[in-house]
Design a protein around this ligand. Structure first.
Ligand code: IFM
Length: 458
């Protein structure tokens, strides 16, 4: 990938982003992608342990069994974070370490790991920002239906309560779910992620039950005086043309990707799902009172994970109400994702315009760029981060309340169905030796954070 319009700037670190006081700089990871140690200290199996064992499910048969071995190497990783000068670190808690079967008995060794991690972060002056669910459902819950089963929402709230009671004295704000859109669509509709179900639109009860789990967990967190966020992968949707058919298809896709998840939480209602051919009660999943449970706790912040916009055309396959088409004439990442920084500005402005007073403060909880071994060194990542931060600052200048930026990712890690082939890290990881090597983007981000801090302190 190359970005002809900007060549940023290892030496030229901007202190020109006009961001609000207290803006938080961070980096993000997730448990199954970095921890490894999948059979240690009483951790139960998750849906991802089962999925990676399926022949052909993950490129080259890669698994997260060892990943970055962060379970053992977290002190070294926290030193890397300290070196960056991070304000915050977003990580996820592995539910199967806490409740190996997803319900009932709590595993003391699992709690002890996150105690150690959180205490070490605090010692390093870094605020922990945990995500309670980043896709690694305990397999025992999948065996009883996973997120298709309403009961999983109640189990999730129980697990959230266990964590809040254990760590709530040290962690002010919690993220309930990560990217319920991706988990629902890849995990339950298409089957390209765990748990590998291919139900197409009949997957959507899994979305509703995640949102219900969010609402129940949010209420428990709020009762304990804790702040609550939800992170979704959001995308600005652009029609391929101004034709009525393309506009209708773009509306349908926007409903599925964005509004299905954001409207219930912020507005207390689902968008019109008939554009997807889905019944209002999502195949009987939505019961009276559910939307109140989802909406009433409110959100203290919305986490925005932004990677790219999505261009949509009228369907060629009659089975779907839209087609995804490429965005030509822009650079693409190693993953093949179009690089459109001003899509982030558009997304943030659209959120403000769509939700108005109902929109809580925003935090970018993921944004980043993968390279492959072959495309290192990582100038493309520096360019990606620099241009997206420009786009973020533009939205802030136009009045969007955005409070922080967590880049994806601190470390190269297990990139789900792509295994170790896509590398998102500021820090290169040699998976044979576990050697960590900070990249040029690490130095760039460190200097950026430091420049902002000195501006702040002036
Ligand atoms: O690695 C993922 C992460 O787990 C969720 N958001 C997108 C990232 C890059 O694909």
């Amino acid at each position: 990938m190359s970005l002809p319009h900007i060549h940023a700037r290892e030496a030229d670190v901007p202190d020109r982003y006009d961001l609000p006081p207290g803006f938080r700089w961070g980096a993000a990871t997730a448990a199954y992608q970095i921890e490894g140690a999948v059979a240690e200290d009483g951790r139960g199996p998750s849906v991802w342990d089962a999925f990676v064992a399926r022949p052909g499910a993950v490129r080259d048969g890669h698994t997260g069994a060892v990943a970055c071995d962060h379970y053992h190497r977290y002190p070294e990783d926290i030193e890397l974070m300290r070196g960056l000068g991070l304000d915050g670190y977003r990580f996820s808690i592995a539910w199967p370490r806490i409740q190996p079967t997803g319900a009932g008995a709590v595993n003391p060794a699992g709690l002890a790991f996150y105690d150690r991690l959180v205490d070490a972060l605090l010692d390093a002056g870094i605020t922990p920002l945990p995500t309670l669910f980043h896709w690694d459902l305990p397999q025992a819950l999948e065996d009883t239906g996973g997120w298709l089963d309403r009961d999983t929402a109640y189990r999730f709230a129980e697990y959230a309560t266990v964590m809040a009671d254990r760590l709530g004295d040290r962690i002010p704000t919690w993220i309930t779910l990560n990217e319920p859109f991706v988990h629902t669509v890849f995990g339950y509709a298409l089957g390209t992620h765990a748990p590998g179900r291919a139900l197409m639109f009949e997957a959507l009860p899994a979305a509703h039950h995640q949102l219900l789990g969010h609402g129940l967990a949010a209420a428990a967190l709020h009762e304990r005086g804790l702040g609550v966020m939800l992170s979704n992968n959001l995308t600005p949707v652009e029609p391929a043309s101004a034709s009525d058919a393309d506009l209708a298809a773009a509306h349908a896709y926007d409903t599925l990707h964005n509004r299905l998840f954001t409207d219930p939480v912020l507005l207390g209602r689902y968008p019109d799902l008939s554009v997807l051919g889905v019944p209002d009660d999502i195949y009987g999943a939505v019961r009276p009172g559910d939307l109140e449970l989802i909406h009433t706790p409110g959100l203290d912040g919305l986490g925005v994970n932004y990677y790219n916009p999505t261009r949509i055309a009228a369907p060629t396959d009659p089975g779907l109400p839209f087609d995804l088409v490429d965005i030509p004439d822009v650079p693409h990442t190693a993953f093949g994702w179009p690089v459109v920084p001003d899509g982030l500005t558009r997304l943030l402005l659209d959120l403000r315009d769509t939700y108005g007073q109902a929109l809580p403060p925003l935090t970018i909880t993921e944004n980043g760029c993968s390279v492959t071994e072959e495309t290192d060194p990582d100038q493309p990542r520096i360019d990606y981060l620099a241009t997206h931060l420009d786009a973020l600052a533009q939205a802030a200048a136009e009045g969007v309340d955005v409070r922080g930026y967590y880049t994806w990712s601190l470390l190269d890690n297990f990139e789900w169905a792509e295994g170790y082939h896509q590398r998102f890290g500021l820090v290169h990881v040699d998976f044979a030796t576990q050697k960590r090597t900070p990249r040029a983007s690490y130095t760039w981000y460190r200097d950026l954070i430091s420049a902002h801090r000195s501006v702040r302190e002036r």
